[in-house]
Design a binder for this molecule. Sequence first.
Ligand code: BES
Ligand code: ZN
Length: 459
Amino acid sequence: MQRKTVIALLTVGTILSAGAAYAHSSANHQEQQQKSATLRTPDADAMYKTVEYLSQQPREAGTEGELRAVKYIEKQFKSLGYDTEIQPFPIYNYKTNKVSVKINGTSLNETPEPFVGDASGMVSAPLIFAGKAKKSNINVEVKGKIALVERGDIPFVEKVQNLIDGGAIGVIMFNNSPDGIVPGQMPENTTFPAVAISKAAGLKLVEQLKNTPMNAELDVDIAKIKKESYNVIASRKPDKDQDTGEIVTIGAHHDSVPEAPGANDDASGVSAVLELAKLLAKTPIDTELRFLTFGSEERGLIGSTYYVDHLPKKEISRIKAHFQMDMIGSKNAGRNHPVGGLIMYTLDGRKNLVTDLSAAVSKQIFSKAIPYGKSGRSDHEPFHQVGIPTALFMHAPAEPDYHKPTDTIDKISKEKLKQTVEIIEDSVYRIADPSTPAISKDKVIQATVDYPFENRNLD
Ligand code: BES
Ligand code: ZN
């Protein structure tokens, strides 16, 4: 089946006030021309089958489940004629051998929890209260001391980093809510003794410190177990005589959280990446296409960060857009918002080439320009951080099955999978179509539409 799309091309003139980041328009509208390109219709049944296969078991990073998915995905790319690469990278699991906290030689009367990560170390030093370990709290003299800090306001990893930067040699973090002990998270590649305790135990220490200097001893022994996780990369270059030197990347994450089948999070996105690879396998292009599935997203965007960190600098500037799909198939997400509740999230809450194109395409196909909003929490983050225009496509608010064992195939809507792929296929092709100019030439750009910012609830 074939679907016709009409791309309106406008010769560049002054910047249009349509509110679109890439809205360039003709000073003279008579210069407007029309171009058409042929796009294929996504096969919703094929996508559904992919989700079904991938969600037969959890795909936790570093497990057999991930590897099974990785092999399946690579095989599909290969059968479509793409050059493929499986990019391995290390991840670490941690096992607590010992965790002990003593104040003035006496153990606490609760069992502390080490931070998740390499929270190992044996230290003894004066204890000092350093608020929430914000940069502004670190002006207290933490150097050479063990810092007592409160949970909240800033991420765990930032607290630890601020303390390390300030010269502290260990941290005891107490909860800011009465519900037990919440272990923090260590920054990547960092060894530093860090433990969490309850709010009650923490506040008691804060009080005592007001009157008496105290000494703390931390003895934490964590075994670090190395595992391998993977990104899958498939690419297709344009013919040499048509090559603009530009690249478009399209991604999803193939890992799931432990014990969840991750049908929507994010087998749905992977099915879309594979379907887009199929739809665009033979189409004439002037832009390199890269289809990516990332591992270890659920452990902190590790796969996508590794991918971006290992791109040659010159390649980064050639990537003109990254389309990320994460949770694009749930029947139970998106409430009654238009187009199934599909929304485009950018890390800074600003429009960019990706959102401009997809808003215009959705308006054309579904008579409604999908909105954009502000969020990280997926693999678009590392792309954004190196300056690549990118957005996360998902249905919001998220479904109640998010990160649960109930994230299963029966909750998947073929229609939603298909809608998302239709929009992204057309958007990608507005860049990669040889009859449209290179993005960096900026001479002619797509017709744009107005589309709203929405501060929509994610959960
Ligand atoms: N697909 C989710 C992100 C998500 C879920 C965004 C619900 C908005 C609403 C993603 O896989 C995820 O769970 N991300 C983690 C953060 C990541 C940095 C570990 C999260 O949001 O907790
Ligand atoms: Zn996800």
